[in-house]
Design a protein around this ligand. Structure first.
Ligand code: 3H9
Length: 653
């Protein structure tokens, strides 16, 4: 039974039990309708508590049902039936109260939650708007501007915020059911509350802020359809009587459900969850992890160390000398400070995390560490030295991970006496924020070591994707290929800012040339110089980036790169344009204009061809893994699903 009803003294308790996340599937919806009938008829129950078994209250509609035609009873009708009951319904909430789950809670007359509960309407992240009254009931309960933020951002809020906004009646710090029972009994003895759908929407307190928020949502959405639709739905909820707004909301929800963008977003949601499920690791126990070592306290190392600390893992940071150690420690302190300022941790937590960090200039301090992540400069010789040295000091069963973004991990592993314990964990910068980790699996790696790499990634809240060993793994290899194509286009007839504009219009947050300026052009220049001797002379090579570097134009940090940055403003550079035209002329290329559509098409085809090569070579396992990497690490617009999804679904735009 996915929904059961029990009588406890003078109360009825309705429990949803549909693991893993108590999604509001057809069986749950039917179970709730039956529970309404049963509890209304139960003369000994004067109020009802609605709760859920397991780790969470309902996390929303069952997204797997969205590919089928809607099945009765529909969620809006079930929620309306809860709202129309004679008896009060108290939602006792824990875990993630999301989407349809929050909409069910809004149908209840009262809400109480554990302090750890998170509340949200994440439908926009699936290309949808709430379809069971969320846009209509929420602004009848809380400040419309807060409702607008929740509905259009999809971001969850904490129980404390929910209480402050008036979304819930109380927080239970101890026994949730005891708190819900007390609330249910007092509700049964009080005047019934007016259902949200029969209330007026709350007034907009600051019309200027309201209009600015709506404009901001459309700008931020870039090409995504759902956020603007969500904003319009909340506006309609203020302008129309609730019953009309509910009908309109439902129509928009159903229209968006068949929008290819929603199909793409649902696909990537499930692809992210499948990426770390490897059949060969099914029954593999990961090693226990109680302490992490990080070698190198630069931007990457400090970010990785902070990510581990924030996930509750004590960290030892090792650097080569005292000055580098102190600088690394300062970087981590700055990240933790920032996390406190952003409200992610409080002062006490920051102090506890700082105490969980130790720093050192010797590898002896890592003798008892379970897993060590190397994040030193991308230089094979340096990494080889670090691994040889670590191998002398660490425990026999300790795991060694390299954060290299393109070097050969098998060659790094060969520096140690136990290469089977070496893997790659390729984090993205800033490592405490970016969700993606490529787990690089050398042929010799032990399965339990690989399983531990995935377990650590999950503990850090990351999306982990397996990849084989090759230059650049999945993401950087595709990135190199399409960056090369973009440089060809610049020689063939486009200017760098034409390419960037076309990419932004497609939905990337940034074009490939702006991104290089941000990252700095010198690192890739050094890599190109080191590869010069082995480069295939028959391969087309564009010299423009080298010439920028020779002129000292390393990007934003030097005030000039592909663009000029005088006065902090990004402007197309005449100097670069002259250089581009001169290079085309030198190579006798007759420049011809390239349309935005062609620019995007050439980028996509290059990505898809390289992705196909990665699959053929077995570096990437599934097309979905490639899409997860490109969406989460390289700014590929999520609502397009990724290059591989787009290949099979060209109608997404
Ligand atoms: C909605 O509600 C529309 C309504 O407004 C209107 C309706 C008319 N459905 O993420 P995890 C699966 S739209 C089906 O690894 P966690 C997931 O695939 C919905 N399946 O766990 C995985 O399966 P598997 C709005 C779902 O602890 C397993 O559960 N709601 C759903 O890291 C565990 O998931 C959302 O968008 C679902 N709704 O995180 C919430 N959710 O093991 C989406 C999860 O086979 N869910 N699964 O791979 C989440 O954000 C996270 O899953 C959650 C738990 C935070 C709940």
């Amino acid at each position: 039974m996915v929904v059961r009803v029990e009588t406890k003294d003078d109360l009825a308790v309705v429990t949803i039990d549909n693991p893993p996340v108590n999604a509001a599937s057809q069986a749950v919806r039917a179970g709730l309708l039956a529970a309404i009938a049963e509890t209304e008829a139960n003369t000994s129950a004067k109020a009802v508590i609605l709760c859920a078994e397991g780790r969470t209250f309902t996390a929303g509609a069952d997204v797997r049902e969205f590919d089928k035609s809607p099945m009765e009873p529909h969620l809006p009708d079930v929620i309306q039936a809860i709202e129309d009951t004679i008896k009060p319904w108290v939602a006792a909430l824990h875990g993630s109260v999301l989407g349809g789950g929050l909409e069910i809670a809004l149908g209840c007359s009262h809400r109480v939650a554990l302090r750890s509960t998170r509340f949200g309407l994440p439908e926009v992240t699936l290309g949808l708007i709430p379809g069971a009254g969320g846009t209509v009931r929420l602004p009848r309960l809380i400040d419309p501007l807060e409702a607008l933020n929740m509905v259009t951002s999809g971001k969850p809020i904490s129980a404390t915020t929910a209480l402050n906004l008036g979304l819930i009646d109380d927080i239970a710090d101890g026994d949730l059911m005891a708190c819900a029972s007390a609330l249910a009994r007092s509700a049964a003895n009080a005047r019934p509350r007016t259902a949200l759908r029969h209330r007026n929407a709350k007034p907009v307190m600051d019309p200027t802020a309201w209009e600015a928020a709506k404009t901001g949502i459309i700008t931020k959405a870039r090409g995504a359809h759902a956020p603007a639709a969500a904003a319009r739905a909340v506006q309609a909820a203020l302008d129309l009587p609730a019953d009309q707004a509910l009908i309109q909301e439902r129509e928009t929800f159903l229209t968006l459900k068949s929008d290819p963008q929603s199909a793409a977003l649902r696909y990537i949601f499930f692809a992210e969850r499948s990426a770390s499920k490897l059949s060969e690791l099914k029954d593999m126990e990961p090693h226990p992890l109680t302490s992490i070592g990080v070698i190198g306290g630069g931007t990457m190392g400090a970010g990785i160390a902070a990510a581990c600390l924030l996930a509750g893992l004590p960290v030892t940071l090792a650097e080569r000398d005292e000055a580098a150690r102190a600088a690394g420690q300062d970087r981590i302190t700055a990240i933790l400070d920032n996390s406190r300022k952003r409200g992610l941790i409080d002062q006490d937590k920051q102090e506890a995390l700082t105490a969980a960090l130790s720093t050192t200039t010797t590898f002896e301090a890592l003798t008892e560490t379970d897993l060590i992540i190397e994040a030193v400069f991308e230089d094979m010789e340096l990494k080889a030295q670090v691994f040889q040295e670590l191998d002398k000091h660490i425990r026999r069963d300790a795991i060694l991970a390299s954060n290299t973004s393109y070097l050969n991990i098998s060659a790094v592993a060969a520096q140690t006496r136990h290469p089977e314990r070496v893997i790659g964990l390729h984090f993205f910068s800033p490592a405490h924020i970016m969700k993606l980790v490529e787990v690089i699996i050398p042929d010799n790696a032990a399965s339990s070591v690989v399983a531990t790499g995935f377990a650590l990634s999950r503990k850090l809240g990351k999306i982990a994707v397996p990849a084989g060993v090759c230059d650049g793994f999945i993401g950087n290899r595709i990135m190199s290929a399409y960056r090369r194509e973009c440089e060809y286009m610049v020689e063939d007839g486009a200017l760098p800012w034409d390419v960037d504009q076309a990419m932004r219009d497609f939905g990337f947050p940034m074009g490939v040339f702006e991104m290089q300026d941000l990252a700095g052009l010198d690192i890739r220049w050094a890599k190109r110089k080191s590869q010069a001797a082995t480069r295939d002379p028959a391969q087309r090579y564009v010299h423009i980036a080298d010439k920028l570097c020779e002129a000292g134009r390393f990007g934003r940090k030097t005030g000039q790169g592909w663009y000029d940055y005088a006065g902090g403003k990004t402007t197309p550079s005449q100097w670069v344009e002259n250089l581009v035209l001169a290079e085309s002329a030198r190579k006798k290329i007759a420049r011809t204009p390239i349309s935005d559509a062609e620019i995007v098409q050439r980028i996509l085809s290059t990505m898809q061809a390289e992705a196909q090569a990665l699959l053929t070579e077995g570096i990437a396992r599934r097309p979905g893994d490639i899409d997860v990497v490109m969406v989460n690490g390289y700014g590929f617009p999520r609502w397009c699903g990724g290059p591989m999804f787009l290949k099979n679904h060209p109608s997404v735009d």
